[in-house]
Design a protein around this ligand. Structure first.
Ligand code: SAH
Ligand code: SF4
Ligand code: F3S
Length: 442
């Protein structure tokens, strides 16, 4: 075993876990395989939130099988949420897998790989959620040296009726306040300028440990470490407090961006989804947010075609989209997940009906995104540079606090990659639906 490759699917929590996996493999002496090399170890960090994510694993493992039958000794490890959900069952459908692990035992991957290599037989280890969940004391190989994911809680207690996450990630468990703040402090010392605090529902952070949420307080404490920028995801609307809105508004390090999944704009569907808010209370919350932060970038998740969704329910979603003035939205076609209550609800919506609604929703989101970007023309934006633009290597690419992609020509004496991880001021000259164009100032 000399080289590895990690293929990551799913949410930011998985991206973070993959950085931990990379750190563990590096500490075993492995290096990342080159692009046209077949790695000795291929790790799939999987997601099962929608059916499409499931299917991708099957396709990709099948194509790796060819390498195995060609005599290459590639070890295939499958972890993440499909590993957690299916365990040994995976081997029945994908017998070429060597290691199956779950979301609670990432730290064990080196031992599992070694065992699989020695016994030439598949090794399966999937644990129930419990002790030893936090991977924060594991080595990490960050994708960008200047950015870090920081999990503040894992798992979820909300049981939205369509969602499999609580079943594969377990109940919500928060990290201690001191632990989170100390980790960010170490990251700052290590050159990190932006952190993204992660949890399925960051707004309830601390409730399990302290009897009440401490997210607002955590934002202020993390800002005091000297970090340049703080992002966080995800916020459940039912738990977003006025105290958190105030902490966001008053803390300059906290980005003026909130991802606030609405899922639907129909009260009837929201109830069936077990979301604990109405379209009206969601929009009242949005009003409070824009009042406190008029320049806030607001993004969301929306599901089309939840069981029983009628045309007037969908009309509610379209109205909500118009009223909330989103900067961006992730739109999903409802995907039944076995074991969740919604999968067996009556009135599953036919695919062609969903597709037609989905197309209308995507068009509405596009015009909303452009409408939010146009007023940014002629403003100055503080941009964190990520590197060179893929379209033109002389242009730099970065993001505003509102998480908008910005392209700007790089000064001729500098290279965009040399500016990665640095803050620059950009004057915006042009706004498109999904990006801004500007030039460097100062
Ligand atoms: N904890 C986060 C996000 C979890 S999954 C939250 O509550 O916002 C990310 C998104 O996937 C969800 O917001 C939802 O819009 C979508 N999603 C989850 N399960 C789904 C399903 N079965 N079908 C379609 N979309 C789904
Ligand atoms: Fe899933 Fe709902 Fe939990 Fe988000 S809050 S992870 S959508 S159950
Ligand atoms: Fe997917 Fe698991 Fe995240 S199911 S969305 S990778 S928590």
């Amino acid at each position: 075993m000399d080289t590895y490759e990690i293929r990551t699917f799913g949410c930011q929590m998985n991206k973070h876990d993959s950085e931990r996996i990379a750190g563990l493999l590096a500490s075993m002496g492995l290096t990342e395989a080159g692009e046209d090399q077949t790695a000795d170890v291929v790790v799939f960090n999987t997601c099962c939130v929608r059916e499409k994510a499931d299917e991708r694993l099957y396709g990709q493992v099948a194509s790796l099988k060819a390498a195995k039958t060609a005599g290459l000794d590639t070890l295939i490890a499958v972890g993440g949420c499909i590993g957690q959900r299916d365990g040994a069952k995976l081997l029945r459908q994908l017998p070429h897998i060597d290691v199956v692990f779950g979301t609670h035992n990432i730290a064990r991957l080196p031992q599992l790989l070694t065992a699989a290599a020695e016994q030439r037989d598949a090794v399966v280890e999937v644990l129930e959620a419990g002790e030893g969940d936090f991977t924060s004391d594991l080595p990490t190989l960050r994708e960008h040296p200047w950015h870090a994911w920081v999990p503040i809680a894992v798992g979820c207690d909300n049981f939205c009726t369509y969602c499999i996450v609580p079943y594969v990630r377990g109940r919500e468990r928060s990290r201690t306040f001191e632990d989170v703040v100390a980790e960010v402090g170490r990251l700052v010392a290590d050159g990190v300028v932006e952190v993204t605090l992660l949890g399925q529902n960051v707004n309830s952070y601390g409730r399990d440990l302290y009897g009440q949420p401490r997210f607002a307080e955590l934002l202020r404490a993390v800002a005091a470490t000297g970090i340049g920028r703080i992002r966080f995801t995800t916020s459940h609307p039912k738990d977003l407090s006025d105290e958190t809105i105030a902490a966001m508004a008053e803390t300059p390090q906290v980005c003026r961006h909130l991802h606030l999944p609405a899922q639907s704009g129909s009260d009837r569907i929201l109830k069936l989804m077990n979301r604990h808010y109405t379209a009206g209370s969601y929009l009242a919350l949005v009003d409070r947010l824009y009042t406190a932060m008029p320049d806030l970038a607001l993004t969301t998740d929306l599901i089309v075609g939840f069981p029983g969704e009628q045309e007037d329910d969908f009309a509610g979603t379209m109205q909500l989209v118009e009223a909330a003035r989103y900067d961006q939205a992730f739109t999903f076609i409802y995907s039944p997940r076995e074991g969740t209550p919604a999968a067996t609800m009556a009135d599953q919506v036919p695919h062609d009906v969903i597709q037609e609604r989905f197309d209308r929703l995507v068009a509405a989101i596009q015009s909303s995104a452009l409408a939010k970007n146009l007023p940014l023309v002629d403003t100055m934006q503080r941009v964190l540079v990520e590197g060179a633009s893929k379209r033109d290597p002389r242009m730099l690419l970065g993001r505003t606090g509102g998480n908008k992609v910005v392209h700007a020509p790089c000064p001729p004496e500098l290279r965009p990659s040399g500016l990665a991880g640095r803050f620059v001021d950009v004057e915006v000259q042009e706004a498109q639906t999904w990006f801004l164009l500007g030039s460097l100032r100062g």
